[in-house]
Ligand binder design. Structure first.
Ligand code: HEM
Length: 555
């Protein structure tokens, strides 16, 4: 036996030889050894099978029903339902919507593991039947697969279209919009005889401002009738893209369009396409005329002068790229139209909702509002209207904005789609799984945020617990603009436009709240709407009175 123990047990043939030799010389030992081997082998097989099973195991999820899976559990607003389910199932949860696998990430750790560890596998978005229509099939950006076209557009967004230089160059357009809104409010405040008539629907005004600003950044010279129609269409797109479409999830009814959403989307898309064609033709004519234009001395204006940077809007940048023979990707007309739909729909309701949430929070926290206004008065004074250029000198205002983004991120769920199988926290996420990152729940995670439901801008001020946190996607406990490759390209714009509008509103007006009885001192209702963008549920009805006399000048 001792001699045999010295044998190297390196191969199955050697082991077999030992067993045979034992069998011959000492059958009892041989039987014992064989028994031990069988037990060891069984143990090995069971544990490796368990490991494989675990690797193949889906994350935990609630009990599901046949055919519909967990669809019956999805009550709006969905980010709240997900948060409630995750409190029982854990921060990585599996649900099945009809026949579609979905996972929901609800903690900073899981979001970090997904975005840092599996970025390459979740760089796409689920393309629903309706979104496909607005993307001219696959010509768009926000729902485009992670391919050469998307990478080209992303670079163009970050360097030119939505990059810091363009955002700054287009400031006058946004400023004009804000000033026009202030003018409307001033008129509303001044024109009424009775107090009740001064009540304004600020929700409507803010959506209009946001839409008009973005459309004018796209094409600076479009007439008011175009921005009005665009506003109506953007609203329809947001509703259709945000609506739950059973067609996308339940395989047996795919293609039936039982809710009629695809039909409605086709109609809205046809109208949007006609409007975009008008905008494009108008722009093409203007560019052609500009190139033809002779200067005073009769010399032709050079191409360089004709498209001088100061006059460029986003459409100019896109058309320049489309005309550039050296461009790495040839932009088609459909690419341009789809991009405009994406930017206008992704950027306008979100920005309007953020101004509204911020004002509502401030009105519900008069002491915080007082500090914001004091800061503006100290930095800007009362002679001119606060602007985007003032923001670096308004840290308390910015802290209040960051706190609003934490509590009320306008896009509460970042939607992604897995392209490969991933193992996350020991669980398997199959390919083609919809990945929902609950940005809203993460910003309220009590493990990271003290008194998570309290509106406390001080946490973002120097010395506060979150003073080093920026909303730019590096900190997974605070990611209102998402993170990673598919993080929001409009973040730089939204970090300026939203607080600047808010600053002007509270600098120039006192705002009285209005309740059902009209006694003007009620708390603002903070219920949330359904849909892709999380806005306030009810319109924000307020009574403005000018705060400064004379009214500050536009400088
Ligand atoms: C405060 C306002 C805004 C918020 C809270 C917001 C939030 C977000 C979030 C959470 C995402 C998904 C990120 C991810 O998957 O990781 C996103 C994507 C996107 N956002 Fe924004 N956004 C805002 C404003 C804007 C603006 C102003 C624009 C453009 C003018 C814009 C354009 C887009 C686009 C095009 C995408 C899709 C990007 C892609 O798929 O690669 N957003 N946004």
């Amino acid at each position: 036996m001792a001699a045999m123990e010295e044998q190297p047990l390196s191969s199955s043939s050697t082991s077999m030889a030992i067993v045979l030799s034992l069998l011959k010389n000492n059958p009892a030992d041989a039987v014992l050894l064989a028994l031990v081997a069988v037990v060891a082998l069984r143990h090995y097989l069971i544990s490796s099978w368990r490991q494989q099973e675990q690797a193949r195991r889906l994350p935990p999820g609630p009990r599901r029903l046949p055919v519909i899976g967990h669809l019956h559990l999805l009550r709006p607003p969905v980010h709240r339902t997900f948060q409630e389910l995750a409190s029982r199932m854990g921060p990585l949860m599996h649900i099945q919507l009809g026949s579609t696998h979905c996972v929901v990430a609800s903690s900073p750790e899981v979001a970090s593991e997904l975005i840092r560890g599996h970025e390459g596998s979740i760089s796409e978005r689920p393309l629903t039947a309706v979104a496909r229509q607005f993307a001219y099939d696959s010509a768009g950006f926000a729902f485009a697969p992670y391919n050469t076209h998307w990478r080209f557009m992303k670079r163009l967004c970050m360097s030119e279209l939505l990059g810091p230089r363009t955002v700054e160059q287009l400031r006058p357009i946004r400023r004009a919009g804000t000033v026009s809104l202030l003018g409307d409010l001033l008129l509303a405040a001044a024109s009424s005889e009775t107090e009740t008539e001064t009540v304004v629907d600020l929700t409507r005004h803010l959506i209009r401002l946001s839409n008009t600003s973005i459309i004018r950044m796209v094409a600076s010279t479009v007439p008011g009738s175009v921005t009005d129609e665009a506003q109506e269409l953007v609203k329809a797109v947001a509703e259709l893209v945000g609506a739950f479409n059973a067609d996308d999830y339940i395989a047996v009814i795919r293609g039936w369009d039982l809710q009629g959403l695809r039909r409605r989307a086709a109609d809205v898309h046809r109208r949007f396409d006609a409007l975009l064609e008008d905008i494009l033709k108008h722009k093409e004519e203007a560019r052609a005329a500009r190139r033809r234009l002779d200067d005073d001395d009769g010399h032709r204006v050079s191409k360089k002068q004709a498209t001088a940077p100061h006059s460029k809007d986003l459409l100019d940048i896109l058309m320049d790229k489309a005309e550039d023979p050296a461009a790495e990707v040839k932009l088609t007309r459909e690419n341009i139209k789809a991009f405009i739909i994406d930017v206008v729909t992704a950027g306008s309701d979100t920005s309007a909702a953020m101004v509204e949430w911020m004002l509502a929070e401030l009105l519900n926290h008069p002491e915080t509002l007082r500090k914001v206004v004091e800061e503006i008065d100290a930095v800007v004074g009362g002679d001119r209207i606060a602007s985007e250029a003032d923001l670096p000198q308004l840290p308390y205002l910015m802290a209040a904005y960051k706190e609003t983004l934490r509590l009320h991120p306008a896009a509460p769920i970042a939607h992604r789609q897995s392209t490969d199988e991933m193992v996350v926290r020991g669980f398997t996420v199959p390919p083609q799984t919809a990945v929902f990152i609950n940005v809203w729940a993460i910003g309220r995670d009590p493990a990271y945020w003290e008194e998570p439901l309290a509106f406390r801008p001080e946490r973002f001020m120097p010395g506060g617990a979150a003073d080093s946190l920026e909303p730019r996607g590096q900190h997974f406990q605070y990611m209102p603009f998402g993170s990673g490759r598919r993080g929001c390209p409009g973040m730089g714009l939204a970090l300026q436009s939203v607080p600047a509008v808010l600053a002007a509103l509270v600098q120039c007006f006192h705002w009285a709240t209005v309740d059902g009885d009209g006694d003007g001192d009620s708390k603002i209702d903070m219920s949330e709407s359904d849909g892709l963008v999380c806005a306030r549920k009810k319109p924000l009805l307020l009574r403005p009175t000018p705060r400064l006399s004379p009214f500050p000048a536009v400088v």
